[in-house]
Design a protein around this ligand. Structure first.
Ligand code: URA
Length: 201
């Protein structure tokens, strides 16, 4: 599959070239993972302890919850692609600094260009604010954002609460589970829009 080898070379090159200072303290780079031809790409914040050890995104408690939510909409990890804004674990899971996000930015954008997803789902405010700095997650969650961003191959974005924030907060958890149902609805809308566009050609 062309996308798979393209992604592998993107990861190998950026693991060498990335100037993120977190490289010094992290065990390894945590590459994005999943289906290279996925229609949906999920973008989290940064690897945590388990991800840093295993080198795979979302494998800890938040990842388990994410898998359950995927199942609730009849999707599996193998159907989607999951990555992070920052590819290295910040010490003690602190928030990534703006320079750390900036250092990993081109890496993320190249991943998106290789996959060309129909929909990007933001897991949490860090991921959403990377693309939409003015949005507030408490207001934007669960609402499809349609915007053309130069260099980004989709114009459809869905902000969600971060699964780690919702894990131990009953209210947020219920909202996140409800918002997850918007993913298949958004995919259906995008497919209909694409069909409309192609019939105009
Ligand atoms: N939280 C994230 O944002 N990313 C991970 O990979 C794991 C937990």
């Amino acid at each position: 599959m062309a996308e798979a080898s393209e992604l592998q070379s993107i990861h190998e090159r950026w693991a060498q070239d990335c100037t993120c200072e977190l490289k010094a303290t992290a065990t390894q780079a945590v590459f994005g993972n999943g289906n290279p031809s996925a229609k949906v790409v999920f973008i989290g914040e940064a690897p945590g302890k388990n991800e840093d050890i295993q080198g795979i995104p979302f494998v800890g408690a938040a990842g388990k919850f994410l898998n359950e939510m995927l199942e609730s909409i009849d999707m599996k990890r193998e159907d989607v692609y999951i990555t992070n804004i920052v590819k290295y674990r910040p010490p003690n899971n602190r928030d990534p600094e703006p320079e750390e996000k900036e250092a990993c930015k081109a890496w993320l954008h190249e991943e998106l260009q290789a996959i060309k997803p129909s929909l990007v789902v933001f897991l949490g405010r860090h991921s959403m604010n990377h693309f939409f700095p003015d949005l507030k997650i408490s207001h934007a969650h669960g609402k499809l954002v349609i915007k053309h961003i130069p260099g980004i191959p989709t114009q459809y974005f869905l902000p969600l609460y971060h699964p780690a924030a919702a894990l131990y907060n009953g209210g947020l958890r219920a909202e996140l589970l409800e918002d997850f149902k918007k993913i298949p609805l958004a995919l259906k809308k995008i497919a209909e829009e694409n069909l409309k566009e192609s019939s105009l050609l």
